[in-house]
Design a protein around this ligand. Sequence first.
Ligand SMILES: Nc1ncnc2c1ncn2[C@@H]1O[C@H](COP(=O)(O)OP(=O)(O)OP(=O)(O)O)[C@@H](O)[C@H]1O
Length: 273
Amino acid sequence: MRTPPPVVAADAAAEAEPRARRAKLRCRDFHFYYGDFHALKGINLSFEEGAVTALIGPSGCGKSTLLRSFNRMHDLYPGTRYEGEVVMEPYGVNIVDRRVDAMAVRMRVGMVFQKPNPFPKSIYENVAYGLRLRGERRRAVLDEKVEAALRGAALWDEVKDRLREPGTALSGGQQQRLCIARAMATDPEVILFDEPTSALDPVATAKIEDLVQQLAGRVTVVIVTHNMQQAARVSQYTAFMYLGEVVEFGETGQIFTAPRVQRTQDYITGRFG
Ligand SMILES: Nc1ncnc2c1ncn2[C@@H]1O[C@H](COP(=O)(O)OP(=O)(O)OP(=O)(O)O)[C@@H](O)[C@H]1O
């Protein structure tokens, strides 16, 4: 058990402990509906800034639905409805309020999908894409940012001499790292990973897991995974979901070694799922 923090004025606490836990996203009584289907039921959960949080749980429990709410992806499908709040700090803005521009949310919240999905463009243009969307035209700036993003995704050395080749010519693992570079090029504050390694072999998976860990501190990461070992390896916090609710949330070590709720215990020990 963590010792409770001393009672001090908020400013003094922030000064004394600059890396103190700060929430980047806070779900407050958050609900989501696909038409009449109530997929998320009163989620209350905070995601710590700069940390990696894993969402685990059996198929159909709502992990992807929650993740996709954070970049307003459901807006693209008719009949979907958000209720309650997902507040992004430090702005204090409820990003699931339809009056908030979804494109502005997506500029701050990047996403990497299960299957690598490079655009049918060159390696360079895949990474430059978001920068160009933002109106960046200066060649030197684009070159610099593309290189930095590819270096950050541990891909630069493998592609620096073939930047004009199509992104789709890369191996599956390289394509996924390209998608990470593309997501990171615009300096998002949050990055969402939806089962990013389920289509990859073990070597490519290890590289992606390394990258996810390296991103911690620079961005806030939320990762959906079916692989409990993966959640244990890469995340600091884990939320266990079941039937559209968060059953248990805590530090990853605690969730996997000393879960407080029987259903979490049953899931992580493989009794169902
Ligand atoms: N487009 C949709 N329309 C209607 N219901 C949907 C839609 N997408 C998902 N659902 C339902 O919402 C619930 C949550 O699905 P979701 O994909 O979020 O679960 P999940 O935990 O990510 O599952 P998995 O691990 O299999 O990806 C499920 O019951 C699913 O059938």
